[in-house]
Design a protein around this ligand. Structure first.
Ligand code: ZN
Length: 321
């Protein structure tokens, strides 16, 4: 209650000061359906793996943490949200330092390509792409059927339920695949500092319909957010022409999945992109004559942790000129 009143007063003060300084600030006009409740570390307590949140006369809300989970630092704040609890801890700056510096290229067929200069890891995005395509196809089917029906009728509502069920299912699959893909990166490069090419959806404007759909709905933002907390840091850099420029001689040319430069350099395109992004992150710009990783690994964001039975991650050695 105290926190809610404090939030309300703060909102009024900041709105008034914004309006006084001539900024166009609109007061909220929608009633929120629920709100996050914030407990400071004075209210919330952690006792024997159980989080105790005081709730006034209603008593205390006890949330048991999963077994074996320890909080990495001093408890600072607990946010009680709809269906989840967020715990904010204070971690020393050097706790996550010391990892390699990697370049990360996000794409569609290869969802994440990461390299630390010595080795490269490419994760297939086929499963994500297929899930998205099926979702869009089914959504179109359901919407087309609904168009012929009376709004609010029983059939229309039945289809509406089917639509949301399908969207929820696809969303869960996508989130799962993104988690598995980013987890693989975090395992291969623990505590790494990552440079990521900024996703540009403007590129989708100049493409054909089918390709634009896959590019525009690739879950790049989601993946960046996940990498940001699974790795030490995730910094966005400008990725223009990174997958078109040869890291050895600096010439620019467009290629399909395999990059074949006129200077004789051959590598998968995503490896070229991630190498160039890493160079931009380290030195501010691309430059010819950079090292290209010679150990390249392909993986799938698989169903199983570790290496899945029946699948094999091949390692390829690229001949360097
Ligand atoms: Zn070249």
């Amino acid at each position: 209650m105290q926190q809610t009143v404090a939030d309300f007063c703060e909102a009024i003060t900041s709105a008034e000061s914004l309006r006084r300084h001539g900024e166009k600030y609109k007061y909220p006009y929608k009633k929120p359906r629920f709100r996050q409740v914030i407990f400071t570390n004075q209210g919330a307590k952690l006792r024997n793996g159980t989080l105790l949140l005081p709730c006034g006369t209603a008593g205390r809300l006890a949330v048991r943490l999963p077994k074996g989970v320890a909080i990495p630092g001093r408890l600072m704040e607990v946010r009680l949200d709809y269906g989840c609890v967020e715990i904010v801890c204070e971690i020393a700056d050097d706790a996550r330092a010391g990892g390699p510096i990697i370049g990360v290229d996000l794409g569609v067929n290869t969802v994440i390509a990461a390299t630390d200069g010595a080795k490269a890891l490419l994760l297939s995005g086929r499963a994500i792409k297929a899930t998205l395509q099926l979702r869009n196809k089914r959504l179109a089917e359901i919407t087309a059927k609904q168009a012929h029906q009376t709004p609010g009728s029983r059939r229309q509502r039945r289809l509406q339920r089917r639509k949301y069920r399908m969207l929820r299912h696809a969303g869960n699959t996508l989130r799962d695949l993104c988690h598995k893909a980013t987890r693989k990166i975090a395992q291969a490069f623990p505590n790494a500092k990552a440079y990521v090419g900024e996703p540009f959806n403007d590129a989708a404007q100049t493409m054909r319909r089918k390709q634009a759909q896959t590019v525009a709905s690739a879950c790049n933002r989601k993946i960046i957010a996940m990498l940001n907390y699974k790795l030490a840091a995730c910094i966005e850099v400008d990725e223009h022409h990174t997958s078109q420029t040869c890291p050895v001689c600096g010439a620019r040319s467009k290629h399909q999945r395999t990059y074949r430069c006129q200077c004789g350099f051959v590598a998968p395109r995503d490896v070229v992109g991630s190498t160039n992004i890493r160079t931009i992150g380290l030195e501010g710009a691309m430059r010819p004559g950079c090292g290209v990783p010679n150990a390249i690994q392909w993986k799938h964001p698989s169903k199983y942790p570790g290496s899945p039975p029946g699948s094999h991650a091949d390692t390829m050695h690229v001949a360097r000129e």
